[in-house]
Design a protein around this ligand. Structure first.
Ligand code: AP5
Ligand code: ZN
Length: 218
């Protein structure tokens, strides 16, 4: 089963990926996490991506498609995967189609822009795993440290209010057209068209998890 989690920055894609990937036994593929790992390791890719990411812009489609193609060659992707934060542009979605990588289900997590800034300012992440917390809405068991490893949590560089606003604008301009891209195809009923479900993303983390798992029949 291949699933795409679509949603604005801060909609809860990373938070929910954690549950879905465990429930379905498929790996989460987060282009954001992969890019942040490359930045941390100062690889050539990381050096190219850092400035773009810090400013809230999108990394070029070519770079993203290269890292996705490499990742999909790994054994754990054989039974499927969960894409988090990819595709992000129509060109990226078209590339998936061209490569014959069929998608079974697209889940859009919908959250109003007005809630997003508050979510981002309280976000803390465990960089090595991508596990995500919120100081108020989803706090770690012990302040400042990851539940599973006990390692310190950090704040993302691109979570300032100004950068979040920029990321939201880019989402509406370049990523939200994917909703039409996938729902249009579902309406056409072509054989390889994915199911598309919009899930209301406001409420308790567990409630949203249950809505998504129900939509996926898991
Ligand atoms: P990426 O890492 O993908 O960031 P994003 O899409 O902007 O999404 P976020 O990770 O910010 O949010 P999320 O939806 O995962 O929310 P989360 O679960 O953390 O990309 C970063 C950058 O990399 C991009 O800007 C771009 O430069 C580049 N990039 C990545 N992929 C790319 C691509 N394909 N093409 C081009 N460039 C690409 O939740 C947010 C907060 O809310 C957390 O604190 C969480 O605890 C809290 N929260 C979650 N659920 C709830 C709830 N129900 N109620 C209250 N709080 C909640
Ligand atoms: Zn994320």
């Amino acid at each position: 089963m291949r699933i795409i989690l679509l949603g604005a920055p801060g909609a809860g894609k990373g938070t929910q990926s954690n549950f879905i990937s465990k429930a379905l036994g498929i790996p989460q593929i987060s282009t954001g996490d992969m890019l942040r790992a490359a930045v941390k390791e100062e690889t050539p890719l990381g050096r190219k991506a850092k400035e773009v990411m810090d400013s809230g812009n999108l990394v070029s489609d070519d770079i993203i498609l290269d890292i996705i193609k490499e990742r999909l060659k790994e054994d754990d992707c054989r039974s499927g995967c969960l894409f988090d934060g990819f595709p992000r542009t129509i060109a990226q979605a078209e590339a998936l189609d061209r490569e014959g990588i069929t998608i079974n289900h697209v889940i859009e997590i919908r959250v109003e822009d007005s809630s997003i800034i508050q979510r981002m300012s309280g976000r803390r992440v465990h960089p090595a795993s991508g596990r995500t917390y919120h100081l108020t809405f989803n706090p770690p068991q012990q302040p400042g440290v990851d539940d599973e490893t006990g390692e310190p949590l950090i704040q993302r560089v691109d979570d300032t209010e100004e950068t979040v606003k920029k990321r939201l604008a880019i989402y509406h301009e370049q990523t939200s057209p994917l909703i039409e891209y996938y729902t249009g195809r579902t309406a056409e009923g072509t054989l390889d068209s994915p199911r598309f479900t919009t899930v209301e993303g406001t409420g308790k983390v567990e409630e949203i998890r249950d809505r998504i798992l129900k939509a996926l029949g898991a």
